[in-house]
Design a protein around this ligand. Structure first.
Ligand SMILES: Nc1ncnc2c1ncn2[C@@H]1O[C@H](COP(=O)(O)OP(=O)(O)OP(=O)(O)O)[C@@H](O)[C@H]1O
Length: 596
C-alpha cells in the first residue's frame, strides 16, 4: 500500500514539474487534452467497465458542460466557477431523465439508446440560435483562480490534471466501498445483487449520472481551455472515440482511462502527420488504423493495455493493480446492527397453496408447508418436480399465480426479492453467483449491505472507513463460522465449487437472516465437499438457524433435516420425517421413475 502511495506521489510530482521544465508548448497542450479525455473515459470505466453499461453518448454530456459554461460566461458574464455548478446541475437533470427512459433497457437496446440521445443532444446544440448553431460560441473567457490567470496552457494544465487526479482518486475510493461493491455487482446480472437488498436500478442510475457529470466537468474545462466551442467535438464519432479510449486503455481499471486517453491522443496526432505523407492526400487515415488496432487489442488483450503495461513494469508497477490482500484493520470494530430473531418453535414461514403457471404448464400446483424457527426443512424431488420454482416463489424472484406466502406472520407474496431480503430471508443460488474479481471477504461483505448505510459521496470522500471496518469484521466472522476465514483474501473466482458454495452461505449469513434458503447447495459437489457442507449446516442448526434446503440429492438431506417435503410434477407428494420419506414407496417410485 505504501509503495502504491509512493508511486502515486512520484507520478504527481512528475506531472506537477512538467510545465516548469523546458517541455515544448505542443506537449503541454497534448497533455492537457489527455487529462480532459481521461476525465470522460474515467466515467466510462465506471459505466461500461465496472457496471457493464455501454454508452456511445458521453460526448454529448461533454458538450452540455462546455456549452452551458460558454454561453453563461459570454452572454451573461457569469464566472466560470459558477457556471461549473450550473452545468453539473443541468447534466444531472438531463442524465436523470435519460436514465429513467433508457436504463431499464437491456442487451443491445441500451447502447442503441445512447446513440439516439447522443445524436439528439448533438443536433440540439447545433441548431440553437442562441448557441451560435454550427459556428458555436467564440470568445469564451479564460479562467482566473485567486487572481492568477489560467489563460496559458501551462497554468491551465494544473487545473486539468488536478481535476483528473482528484476524479481518479474519488473513483478508486468509490470502488473500494459498500456502494462500490454494489456497483460492481451490477455486471453479473441483477438477481444476486437484488437478493442482497441492493436496488440495482438505483445504482445504474447513480453510475450513469456520475459518468455524465465527469463528462460535463471535462466539457467545462474544455470550453475555457479552447476559449471557443462548436458542436463538432461533441458528436457521435467523439462519443465512440471516448469508448475506444476506455476499452483500449483497459475499461476495468481507473488507470486504464488515462492509458487509453494518452495512447489515443498522442498516437492520433502522430498518425495525422505521418500517414498523409505515406499515402498522400488528407484522408482520415488514423481512424482506419485505430479501427484495426482496436480489433487487434480486443483479440490479444481483451482487458486493454493497462494490465499488460502494469505487468511489464514488473513487480513495482504491478502494485498499481487493485490490491487483492486488504490490510486487516478491523479488530475491535463494533458489531453491525442485528434484527430481532424469532424464538425457537415460532411459525416462521407459512407457504399456503402456492401455484405457478408458465402458460399451460403448472410448475407448482397448490403446494403448502410450514417452517418453524430452528428447523431444517428439506424440499426434495426428482428433476423438474418444481423445487426451484417453489424456491423462487418464496424468495420473490417469480410472482405467484395464486396462493400466499407468510413470513413471520406478514404476507410476502408479490414482494420483490430485495424487500424479502429486508424482511430477513436470505438465499444462495443453484448456480453460484459471485463477483469473481473480488476477494472472498469482499463477496461476503456484500451480504452486509442492508445492515450498513454509507453511500457514494461518503465513499468518494473516505468518510465510510469505520463502517467498512464493521462490515469486514462481520464478513470475517461469518467466514470463520463456516471455516473459511483462512481463504478470505483469495479471489472468489479461484475457489473450487465446494468452497464457493460455502462462501455463498457466509454471504447469506452476513445479511443476519431469520431464515436461510439454500438452493441445491450439494449439486455438483464431491463427497468430501458434501461432508464439509453437511457439517456447516449441522453447526448452523445447532446455533438455532432455520433453514430451507432445496435438494435433489436425497441421501444428503436424510441426516440433516427435521422434516422433508417431497414434490413430484409440481405437487406435494408427501411431507414427513426423513424416516417417513425413506420408507415411502411413492417417494422411491418417484425417484426411480416407476409407477406408484
Ligand atoms: N421460466 C420458466 N418457463 C417455463 N417453464 C418453466 C420455467 N421454469 C421452470 N419451468 C418448468 O417448470 C417445471 C419445474 O421446474 P423446476 O426448475 O422448478 O424443477 P426442479 O424440481 O427445480 O428441477 P431441477 O432439479 O432439475 O432443478 C419444469 O417442467 C420446468 O421445465
Amino acid at each position: 500500500m505504501l509503495l502504491r502511495n509512493r508511486l502515486f506521489l512520484a507520478l504527481v510530482v512528475l506531472l506537477a514539474s512538467l510545465p516548469v521544465l523546458p517541455v515544448p508548448e505542443f506537449w503541454i497542450t497534448q497533455l492537457n487534452y489527455v487529462g480532459l479525455y481521461a476525465i470522460v473515459s474515467l466515467g466510462l470505466v465506471l459505466l461500461t467497465g465496472v457496471s457493464g453499461l455501454t454508452s456511445f453518448g458521453q460526448a454529448a454530456f461533454v458538450g452540455l458542460g462546455a456549452y452551458t459554461s460558454a454561453w453563461l460566461s459570454t452572454a451573461h458574464g457569469v464566472s466560470p466557477w459558477l457556471t461549473l455548478w450550473v452545468g453539473v446541475a443541468l447534466t444531472v437533470v438531463v442524465a436523470l431523465v435519460l436514465a429513467a427512459i433508457t436504463l431499464r433497457m437491456s442487451g443491445h437496446y441500451l447502447p442503441l439508446a445512447t446513440i439516439a440521445w447522443g445524436l439528439s443532444l448533438y443536433y440540439a446544440m447545433s441548431n440553437m440560435e442562441f448557441l451560435g448553431k454550427y459556428d458555436g460560441i467564440l470568445g469564451v473567457p479564460a479562467m482566473n483562480l485567486f487572481g492568477i490567470s489560467l489563460a496559458s496552457g501551462r497554468s491551465y494544465y494544473y487545473l486539468i490534471w488536478l481535476v483528473a487526479l482528484l476524479a481518479a482518486i474519488a473513483v478508486i475510493h468509490l470502488l473500494d466501498s459498500r456502494a462500490g461493491r454494489a456497483i460492481r455487482a451490477l455486471k453479473g446480472g441483477t438477481t444476486m445483487a437484488e437478493a442482497m437488498g441492493i436496488s440495482t436500478y438505483r445504482y445504474k442510475v447513480l453510475v450513469f449520472v456520475i459518468a455524465a457529470v465527469l463528462a460535463a466537468v471535462s466539457g467545462w474545462l474544455f470550453a475555457h481551455f479552447q476559449r471557443t466551442v462548436n458542436p463538432s467535438p461533441f458528436g457521435l464519432n467523439k462519443g465512440i472515440e471516448y469508448l475506444f479510449m476506455a476499452v483500449l486503455g483497459g475499461v476495468g481499471h481507473v488507470w486504464g482511462a488515462f492509458t487509453g486517453a494518452a495512447v489515443v491522443k498522442l498516437v492520433e496526432d502522430q498518425l495525422q502527420v505521418i500517414l498523409p505523407k505515406l499515402f498522400g492526400g488528407n484522408g482520415n487515415y488514423e481512424i482506419i488504423v485505430f479501427g484495426i488496432v482496436l480489433v487487434v487489442v480486443l483479440k490479444v488483450a481483451p482487458q486493454g493495455l493497462f494490465p499488460g503495461l502494469a505487468k511489464a513494469f514488473g513487480a513495482i508497477a504491478g502494485r498499481w493493480m487493485p490490491p487483492t490482500q486488504r490490510v486487516r484493520d478491523w479488530d475491535g470494530a463494533p458489531a453491525l446492527p442485528e434484527r430481532d430473531k424469532p424464538v425457537a418453535g415460532e411459525l416462521l414461514l407459512d407457504v399456503q397453496a402456492v401455484r405457478k403457471q408458465f402458460g399451460g404448464l403448472v410448475a407448482v400446483n397448490d403446494v403448502s408447508f410450514t417452517i418453524r424457527a430452528g428447523e431444517i426443512i428439506g424440499l426434495i424431488g426428482p428433476n423438474g418436480a418444481g423445487k426451484s420454482t417453489t424456491f423462487n416463489l418464496i424468495t420473490g424472484v417469480l410472482g405467484l399465480t395464486r396462493g400466499q406466502v407468510l413470513f413471520r406472520g406478514q404476507p410476502v407474496g408479490g414482494l420483490s426479492s430485495r424487500e424479502i431480503a429486508e424482511r430477513g430471508m436470505s438465499r444462495t443460488f443453484q448456480h453460484v453467483k459471485m463477483l469473481p474479481d473480488m476477494t472472498v471477504l469482499e463477496n461476503v461483505a456484500l451480504g452486509g449491505y442492508l445492515r450498513s448505510r454509507h453511500g457514494v459521496f461518503a465513499a468518494m470522500l473516505r468518510l465510510d472507513r469505520d463502517e467498512e471496518k464493521r462490515l469486514f469484521a462481520e464478513a470475517e466472522r461469518q467466514l470463520a463460522r463456516i471455516g473459511m476465514a483462512g481463504q478470505m483474501h483469495e479471489l472468489a473466482g479461484n475457489l473450487a465449487l465446494g468452497p464457493a458454495r460455502l462462501m455463498e452461505i457466509a454471504r447469506a449469513l452476513c445479511t443476519d437472516p431469520a431464515l436461510l434458503l439454500l438452493d441445491e447447495p450439494a449439486a455438483g459437489l464431491r463427497h468430501k465437499e458434501k461432508q464439509a457442507l453437511a457439517e456447516v449446516l449441522r453447526q448452523l442448526k445447532a446455533e438455532g438457524m432455520s433453514i430451507l434446503l432445496v435438494e435433489h440429492d436425497m441421501d444428503f438431506v436424510m441426516n440433516l433435516t427435521d422434516r422433508i417435503v417431497v414434490m413430484e410434477f409440481g405437487t406435494k407428494l408427501i411431507e414427513g420425517t426423513p424416516q417417513d420419506v425413506q420408507q415411502s414407496p411413492a417417494v422411491r417410485a418417484a425417484y426411480l421413475g416407476t409407477e406408484h
